[in-house]
Write a protein that binds this ligand. Structure first.
Ligand SMILES: Cc1cc2nc3c(=O)[nH]c(=O)nc-3n(C[C@H](O)[C@H](O)[C@H](O)COP(=O)(O)OP(=O)(O)OC[C@H]3O[C@@H](n4cnc5c(N)ncnc54)[C@H](O)[C@@H]3O)c2cc1C
Length: 400
């Protein structure tokens, strides 16, 4: 395709999309493939979006969706396909055979910012409009049939007229807060711990992800490439990074991931370090008038189940089908059902993410809670039925 990006942002489009994270960009590209126009308005720079380190585990269905959208080639070349995950507790490893328990399904390890790069390149190649550094974005006339988005770009005030607005601007965006509070039910759950995550230039010490439960707290060994490891430690909420110098992070990771047979964690230079609070959050409905929320704008999951990015992609899949039915057949039933359809999956994924989190973290519940956690881990790794339920959720629940 030879089309070039337009020089000045359009003033009218079919779907105005707020946010160039994975949800907004994937939506824009899938709409393009359906012949539906969109404009993406993003507050940050392109470089910022393309280097922001976040998730990296793709469900089977998410990887296939990227393939179907024509943006999966680099993921297939560079991503790591995994067939299992490991639970480490009581000094031993217990592998869950994800593929064997799910009829051959897999997960793919491929960093979120690489997906964002691939999607931005695909939108640019197709002449898609993405306005980076859009300031003061605000939504108007959402209750009528002609919503507008106002923003500033290049020092000028601009207005975008649309048929629909997609709020894909993450948890701290403006879309959700443009809905009157009494039109939403909010479900919000906080956990008494946080995650300290590092990205390190060292080959991963395991071929597969290791979820470790230890008396000091949870640890996760993950990876982004064959050269870059991604590791996490449970820490206190509100913990400060300067209390966690690099050597202490490695000492604690070694302690929580150790195995009595001498298995060793390799360390290396830390490229990035951050602390993320853990929360479960859902708004219902995910629609208000002509505004449709997708991804983190509508829900947050604790990262233990590796679901945030996948859930964003699942919302987008539903929204594209609904908008295509509207433009091609003038049907509104799928748009009307958008929120209920998404929320059925959202709550199942919330349950799974909460369950994984509760099973693996030390939450100060005392000796009784500790024994229940160990029994749960023993059951889930020892029973084929329980392992299969975990595997089915981990590789991603099927779509209706
Ligand atoms: C710090 C952090 C670390 C994470 N780590 C992991 C992890 O390790 N594993 C995991 O599974 N999941 C992780 N997640 C979750 C996962 O990355 C998210 O679920 C995923 O990014 C959701 O995609 P999204 O497109 O809905 O939102 P986002 O990726 O948040 O994208 C929203 C976009 O909207 C833009 N935006 C915001 N406000 C405005 C505005 N007013 N106007 C215009 N644009 C705006 C933002 O700049 C951003 O580009 C993490 C999330 C965060 C926040």
């Amino acid at each position: 395709m030879n089309a070039r990006p337009p020089m000045t942002p359009p003033t009218r489009t079919q779907v105005g999309i707020v946010g160039a994270g994975p949800a907004g960009l994937l939506l824009s590209h899938l709409l393009y493939l359906e012949g539906i126009e969109s404009v993406v308005l993003e507050a940050r720079t392109r470089e910022y979006c393309e280097t922001r380190v976040r998730a990296g585990v793709l469900e089977h269905g998410t990887a296939r969706l990227l393939d179907a959208a024509g943006v999966g080639a680099r993921m297939r070349r560079e991503g790591l396909v995994h067939h299992g995950i490991v639970f480490r507790f009581g000094g031993r490893d217990h592998r869950i055979d994800l593929s064997g328990l799910t009829g051959g399904r897999t997960i793919t390890v491929y960093a979120q910012h690489e997906i964002v790069k691939d999607l931005i390149a695909a939108r640019r190649d197709a002449g898609g409009a993405i306005v980076f550094e859009a300031e003061n974005v605000s939504l108007h006339h959402l209750d009528g049939s002609a919503p507008t988005i106002r923003y500033r770009a290049g020092g000028e005030a601009r207005e975008l007229a649309c048929d629909f607005v997609a709020g894909c601007d993450g948890f701290h965006g403006i879309s959700r807060s443009s809905i009157p509070p009494d039109a939403l039910t909010v479900y919000d759950h906080h956990y008494p711990f946080a995650w300290l995550g590092i990205l390190a230039r060292v080959p991963p010490a395991s071929e597969e992800l290791i979820y470790a439960r230890h008396d000091h707290g949870f640890a996760l060994l993950s990876m982004r490439t064959r050269e870059i490891s991604r590791l996490y430690l449970q820490c206190d909420p509100g913990a400060e990074l300067d209390r966690w110098p690099d050597h202490l992070v490695w000492d604690e990771l070694r302690c929580r991931l150790e195995r009595p047979d001498g298995w060793a964690l390799r360390d290396g230079p830390i490229l990035q370090k951050g602390i993320t609070d853990m929360r479960s959050f859902v708004v219902d409905p995910m629609r208000h008038g002509r505004l449709f929320l997708a991804g983190d704008a509508a829900h947050i999951v604790p990262p233990t189940g590796a679901k945030g990015l996948n859930l964003a992609a699942a919302d987008v899949r539903v929204l594209v089908q609904a908008l295509a039915a509207f433009y091609k057949e003038r049907r509104t039933d799928l748009l009307d059902g958008y929120s209920d359809t998404c929320l059925r999956r959202v709550w199942k994924v919330q349950r799974f993410s909460w369950w994984m989190t509760s099973m693996l973290h030390r939450g100060g519940g005392g000796a009784f809670a500790d024994q229940i956690q160990l029994a749960e881990l023993d059951y889930v790794t020892g029973s084929r039925a329980a392992s299969a339920a975990l595997a089915e959720n981990y590789v991603g629940l099927p779509f209706d």
